[in-house]
Ligand binder design. Structure first.
Ligand code: MOS
Length: 725
């Protein structure tokens, strides 16, 4: 069905299941260890052998020779495939450097061989016997050095990358109050718990991959192009995923090498990418250099807003679009928001949770804090004075729903913002310097077509099938809630099957579009099923009510089960009317920190997020999403840092010991509040995603709190103690 005007009346306007905090229906399977993750699927196919990937030891150049003899003779080895004996595999719209094959090396730890053996240990031992020699070329590994030759870049998630309204340079030069600061953010790793993992099996020319992937349909198409085979001969199955954060939006070497390894071995092959390879073989969030210039009048009204963001990538790779939120957040007639890209020979940069905005806020929202201080304004008041009527970056667009002012006001009340001392370093608690910080949050709310099949059996049970994924986000549960609501059955009468490419094509999980898009697809299928049920009962589908396992139309009342078995497919598509709107989600983020006056150690004391994201389908799992994102944002403010070896071009700290992420003890108290809003432009469910909103702003609130605590402004992330002393 087509959603081509703002939602009026819908079949879910007075929800009793949607919008209620609901425990995950997949929770018992996860907590009892019975949810099958890719590497654990011992039962799906027999005779599984183990693959082990070898990564390149240089960042750029070519392989001169590989000696594979010892590996091939090693105990238990079934097959060895090597880059020197394989043509480069194809590429796809979703990756740049070939994932395997050929002598040319594009980045460090690019896969150059795969050993298949009877056991994991045998594969690993044999892999260590491969001897490779290289011709190493010089490469560019330092963003600061290549930045000046940068080109204007196309964006990853924002179609038009460059936007200039009016005349920024003149308006900025004429502004009575100015701020011009530069901020840097480092490369970051997704560091998800479950590594890339795949079991591959061939049956003739048909390939099945049990894998861990966020975007089943993209990845099926990508594999077809990488392996140069028809997409219809490929099946992907990814029902449970142990975290992705954008790293699993795309097919990676585990899937390609499991497929090639299985072909070479004549047996199914399973590969879990070893942790030390995860950081350089796969994608990461690219480092940025961001210059923010804001000019205001004496009262703090923005006259000119400039945000430029530089990042680097392999040839063909996209930019980290750090200026994305700046188009939406604050009024101001003269804007300049641009992302620039340079060639870097580091591993491929790509989407990581809220690509663009996550790092963009770390610059913009600190610049806003700096300027508020310059103006002598409270940072919340400064933001309130610049609340726009229409999208500043594209005034032809209205906001589909925007309640940023309420987020900030409600957050200030709940957080006790009035107790904040505007003079930095003025609150002391024993050895701790204490400060508070605030930041606004914006993340786009993209929505995309999504399909599902909904079936009813003759016991009145409902089954939903779609290739949607659950990356730990709660998709199973919100989809079950949607079907239960639409068909009028209890939640425990709904079964949900996800992640199989044989099911109707969904939005997949990415860009925080998954929740809104996939449930809208289920809604469309349910509307079709209701129509079929009504027809069977001779009722009017528009007036029939589906509730409590019954269908009621006027005086007629039937048990839903009597209509089964029935099966309906539906897809939600979107009309052009949405182009008139900027669809976004908003938050007010607050943080209180203590900084040790003697050591510079930063301790978060409290965090609060007040979120505006339309109808919240499941407040319990949405809260978990936002909390997880706030933790990740705290990591990017204070800890996370892929350290680049600028001589040899790789990330040095490529394991979870050296790549620091926050743990429970780092985050003592977090609170999440959802405003009760509906967005009738986005879909009939009037709901938007929140999974990425939560990482847009908290890090800046922490940085601003550190400044408020100490009077030291650190503009190079992460804010580690050495930078405070
Ligand atoms: Mo998200 S970075 O699109 O998984």
């Amino acid at each position: 069905m087509k959603f081509d005007a703002p939602a009026g009346k819908t079949i879910v306007d007075d929800p009793t299941v949607i919008g209620k905090s609901t425990r995950r229906i997949d929770g018992p399977r996860k907590t009892t260890g019975t949810a099958p993750y890719a590497y654990e699927r011992h039962d799906v196919v027999s005779g599984q052998a183990y693959g082990y990937i070898v990564g390149s030891a240089i960042a750029r150049g070519r392989i001169t020779a590989m000696n594979l003899d010892a590996a091939r003779k090693a105990p238990g080895v079934i097959a060895v495939i090597a880059a020197t004996e394989t043509e480069p595999v194809g590429t796809s719209p979703f990756n740049t450097a070939p994932l395997f094959g050929g002598r040319d090396i594009a980045h460090y730890h690019q896969a150059i061989a795969c050993v298949v053996a009877e056991t994991f240990e045998q594969a690993r031992a044999a892999a260590a016997l491969i001897r490779t020699t290289y011709d190493r070329d010089a490469g560019d590994y330092d963003l600061a050095k290549v930045k000046d030759g940068a080109k204007i870049a196309p964006g990853w998630s924002v179609p038009e990358d460059i936007q200039r309204n009016g005349n920024f340079a003149e308006a900025y030069a004429a502004a009575p109050v100015q701020l011009d600061q530069t901020y840097t953010t480092p490369d970051e790793a997704h560091a998800m718990m479950e590594p890339f993992a795949t079991i591959a099996a061939w049956e003739g020319d048909k390939l099945t991959l049990w894998t861990s992937n966020q975007m089943i349909n993209w990845s099926k198409r990508a594999l077809a192009s990488i392996l140069k085979m028809p997409a219809e001969n490929i099946r992907l199955d990814s029902p449970f995923i142990g975290g992705g954060f954008g790293g699993k939006l795309f097919i990676r070497a585990d899937a390609v090498l499991a497929a090639l390894g299985a072909k070479a071995a004549g047996r199914p092959v399973k590969i879990a990418m070893q942790r030390p390879l995860m950081f350089n073989n796969a994608t990461h969030r690219p480092a940025t250099i961001q210059r923010v210039r804001i000019g205001t009048d004496a009262d703090g009204r923005i006259l000119a807003m400039g945000h430029e963001c530089w990042s680097g990538n392999l040839p063909g790779g996209s930019a980290e679009n750090g200026a994305a939120q700046t188009r939406a957040l604050y009024s101001g007639p003269d804007n300049l928001t641009v992302s620039y890209i340079s060639r870097l020979d580091l591993p491929e940069g790509n989407a990581m949770r809220a690509p663009g905005e996550a790092v963009g806020h770390l610059a913009l929202e600190v610049a806003m804090d700096e300027l508020a201080e310059k103006l002598g304004l409270d940072p919340i008041e400064f933001r309130l004075r610049n609340e726009p009527e229409r999208m500043p970056g594209d005034p032809s667009k209205r906001f589909s729903g925007r309640h940023l002012v309420e987020c900030l006001r409600e957050g200030a009340d709940r957080f006790g913002w009035s107790a904040r001392q505007s003079r930095p370093a003025s609150v002391r608690d024993g050895r701790w310097l204490v400060g508070m910080g605030v930041a606004a949050g914006y993340r786009g709310a993209p929505i995309t077509k999504s399909a599902a099949r909904v079936s009813l059996d003759n016991a009145g049970r409902v089954r939903v099938e779609t290739d949607m994924t659950d990356i730990g986000t709660g998709s199973y549960t919100i989809i079950a809630q949607t079907a239960a609501e639409c068909i009028g059955v209890p939640l425990d009468q709904v079964r949900v099957d996800l992640g199989d490419s044989r099911s109707p094509v969904s939005s997949g999980s990415g860009g925080q579009w998954g929740a809104a898009s996939s449930t809208a697809g289920v809604y469309a299928a349910c509307v079709e099923l209701r129509r079929m049920v009504a027809e069977k009962f001779g009722m009017n589908a528009d007036t029939a009510r589906f509730e409590g396992g019954r269908v009621v139309d006027g005086k007629t009342r039937r048990r839903l089960a009597e209509a089964g078995p029935l099966s309906a497919e539906g897809q939600m598509d979107y009309g052009d009317f949405q182009n008139d709107y900027d669809m976004g989600t908003y938050a007010g983020h607050f943080a209180e920190v203590g900084v040790d006056a003697y050591t510079g150690e930063v301790r978060i004391r409290r965090m609060l997020a007040v979120c505006d994201a339309g109808r919240i389908l499941n407040p319990l799992s949405a809260r978990s999403q936002v909390i997880g994102a706030m933790v990740m944002s705290a990591g990017s403010a204070l800890m996370e840092d892929l350290v680049v070896d600028k001589r040899f071009g790789f990330f040095v700290n490529h394991d979870l010991a050296g790549y620091e992420v926050p743990v429970h003890a780092d985050i003592p108290h977090q609170e999440v509040v959802f405003l009760d809003t509906l967005d009738d432009v986005i879909s009939p469910l009037k709901a938007k995603g929140v999974g990425e909103l939560g990482i847009c702003g908290p890090g800046a609130a922490i940085a601003n709190a550190v400044y408020n605590a100490t009077g030291v402004r650190v503009r190079d992330y992460p804010i580690t103690l050495d930078k405070l002393i």
